[in-house]
Design a protein around this ligand. Structure first.
Ligand SMILES: NC(=O)c1ccc[n+]([C@@H]2O[C@H](COP(=O)([O-])OP(=O)(O)OC[C@H]3O[C@@H](n4cnc5c(N)ncnc54)[C@H](O)[C@@H]3O)[C@@H](O)[C@H]2O)c1
Length: 348
């Protein structure tokens, strides 16, 4: 069964992954128009969508917790599918201030589900994370869709809670839903607080490259375009009520990754790798830091034929090249110039 996708509402489409999804879908589907609801937190940036046709990207600044606004958008644009990316997404921020994570990730998701509850013909796709499964030992085991939930950070707990709401609303109110759990994403337009863009931005500025603990924590890296393609496959052909894990099949210990990044950054600039490897600084470990994430990925491969296409080292080099070619983007998100622009155009 191919789900007819005519009118999409994307939440969080000005963020890193949501904007990649919109850019890719609009490029591949010339007849499609997307309504994008985003409140534009520090992580939301309309520069990410500067190249899309504004006639096919209807941007609405607003909060997913505003039920009346969502109802209006769904009815006015005859939305048949909601793709829910909007979230507070940074683990370190969740440790320092969990309340916003509960507000957006849990209560905001509930508001969206309540709109769908009153319109059960609308399909709801929920974007989640492998972090809900907790932590694996080094070199042993992988997450599957059957792995029990053991979230360890306030961020992971808030995403786990939202996953449970999606499941419960679907079962209780007979809604059409799908959920995906992705591993760590990388690629262009990622806010420079997450590991890879932070390291690239600091290499550019010659600043220390902070590595948590001993750098042995392992993550499975997924290119953001591969993730966007996986979501599109699930939207089209994912069975209602199903959950799909989406991984890159690409595990790296943080320190090995930073070494690789330093070497590639140096090569891009024609400089010695030691100049950048010498910036690595070990910092106190993150509290509750998960040791290892790894995704099996068999279900989405077997049932939907999706597999990641990117080779990590090629994707990383392209990501470095993108940041080097876009200093204005980094400067704007880091200096607050973009916040001033938002205030001017959309109010505080
Ligand atoms: N980045 C990753 O590696 C990763 C991995 C797996 C899953 N995810 C999930 O993917 C989704 C997108 O992640 P991302 O990295 O693009 O995040 P991001 O922080 O770059 O973007 C989040 C977007 O949501 C918007 N937003 C936040 N609160 C909102 C609200 N209350 N109402 C409307 N919009 C709001 C922000 O303005 C921003 O544009 C999240 O649900 C995240 O949990 C991320």
């Amino acid at each position: 069964m191919i789900r007819p996708l005519a009118n999409l509402l994307v939440t969080g489409g000005a963020g890193f992954i949501g904007s990649a999804f919109i850019r890719r879908v609009l490029a591949a589907q010339p007849a499609m128009k997307i309504v994008d609801l985003d409140v534009l937190t520090y992580a939301g940036n309309l520069d990410n969508l500067a190249d899309v046709d504004p006639a096919r990207h209807v941007f609405v600044r607003g909060d997913i917790a505003d039920g009346a606004l969502i109802e209006r958008l769904v009815d006015e644009h005859r939305i048949d599918t909601i793709v829910h990316f909007a979230a507070e997404s940074h683990v370190d921020r969740s440790i320092h201030g969990p309340a916003e994570f509960i507000q957006t990730n849990v209560l905001g998701t509930m508001r969206l589900l309540d709109v769908v509850r009153a319109r059960p013909s609308v399909h709801f796709h929920h974007i989640s994370t492998d972090e809900v499964y907790g932590s694996l030992p080094l070199g042993e085991g992988v997450f599957t869709e059957a792995t029990p939930y053991q979230p360890n950070s306030p961020y992971a707990a808030s995403k786990a809670a939202s996953d449970h709401l999606v499941r419960a609303w679907a079962r209780t109110y007979k809604l059409s839903v799908t959920t995906s759990h992705a591993s760590n994403n990388y690629g262009p337009y990622q806010f420079p607080e997450k590991l890879i863009p932070l390291m690239i931005a600091n290499c550019i500025e010659g600043k220390p490259l902070p590595v948590y603990g001993d750098g042995k924590n392992v993550r499975d890296w997924l290119h953001v375009d591969d993730h966007a393609d996986a979501v599109w496959e699930i939207l089209q052909r994912g069975a209602s009520g199903e959950v799909y894990d989406v991984g890159g099949g690409n595990e790296w210990a943080n320190l090995d990754l930073v070494h690789c990044l330093c070497d590639q950054f140096a090569a891009a600039r024609g400089e010695p790798a030691s100049k950048y490897r010498g910036l690595i600084t070990f910092v106190t470990d993150r509290p509750g830091h998960d040791l290892r994430y790894a995704i099996a990925g068999d279900k989405i491969a077997d049932q939907l034929g999706w597999r990641p296409k990117y080779d990590f080292e090629t994707g990383l080099r392209a990501t470095i090249d993108w940041y080097l070619a876009n200093p204005t983007w980094i400067a704007r998100v880091k200096t607050g110039a973009y916040r001033e622009w938002i205030t001017k155009h959309y109010g505080a």
